[in-house]
Design a protein around this ligand. Structure first.
Ligand code: PRT
Ligand code: MG
Length: 212
């Protein structure tokens, strides 16, 4: 049995066409079913639904043989035993710095001021500001980052941006792009050895689906 860990929403939706190209069809709809384990047309392949941030953990400890996780999630996840053979180029967005329109980020950076930054992505954010030589006080949040500059909790946020409409709706402006983000295939290293005969063709099929 091969177990694939996916998160509901955009990762599940954008992985479906890749699975289809590999001859795998999920037989249940996660939006209408309450099941966390979904069957496929292949008796030896199943999908488990986990939180996006839990995908690397499932794969690392062998709760799943492979999974799909955003680069944002992978950069914040510490731990090894994860083989990352493919950038699937799905669920694309970017990681950016955003502030209130009335906060002069460029001036704060130039003056060497200490900037208060709220984010869920503390590993990426601290690396980014350290590389720039900018002094920051990082405030760890688990969601609704947009609220932080509006309430005075922070001067800036580091968050994911895709269309930019969430920032706009909250009167925030993107002042710096940190890196492009997409989702990667992650594979348990032990499983790759033990289940190579099933896993390798699956990885190859994904690869030809993204690079036809
Ligand atoms: O939502 P939930 O709390 O259940 O979990 P999650 O946010 O971890 O999962 P999900 O499904 O929302 O995101 C899974 C992965 O999709 C992330 O790890 C990213 O790699 C990728 N991804 C791609 C995004 C976005 N685009 C994205 N736009 N993840 C989140 N967003 C959010 C962003 O944080 C912001 O709140 O959407 C909002 C901005 O969108 P725009 O279009 O208004 O700019
Ligand atoms: Mg989300």
């Amino acid at each position: 049995m091969i177990t694939l860990a996916l998160s509901k929403g955009r990762i599940f939706d954008e992985t479906l066409p890749l699975l289809k190209a590999a001859g795998i069809e999920v037989t249940e709809d996660p939006e209408t079913s309450r099941k966390l384990i979904l069957g496929t047309n292949r008796p030896d392949v199943r999908v488990v639904l986990v939180r996006a941030t839990d995908v690397p953990t499932y794969v690392q400890y062998g709760g799943a043989d492979l999974g799909v996780a955003g680069k944002d999630v992978l950069l914040e996840h510490d731990g090894n035993g994860l083989y990352q053979p493919l950038d699937l180029n799905i669920a694309r967005c970017r990681m950016s710095v955003a502030t209130r329109a009335d906060f002069d980020y460029a001036a704060a950076v130039k003056q060497g001021s200490r900037i208060r930054v709220a984010t869920k992505y503390t590993t990426v954010a601290s690396q980014h500001f350290a590389d720039k030589g900018v002094h920051v006080d990082l405030i760890k949040l688990y969601g609704s980052m947009e609220l932080a500059p509006l309430t005075g909790l922070a001067d800036a946020i580091v968050d994911l941006v895709s269309t930019g409409s969430t920032l706009k709706a909250n009167h925030l402006v993107e002042v710096e792009q940190i890196m492009p983000i997409s989702s990667r295939l992650v594979v348990n290293q032990a499983a790759l050895k033990l289940k190579r005969e099933t896993l390798r063709p699956l990885i190859d099929a994904f690869e030809s689906a993204i690079r036809p």
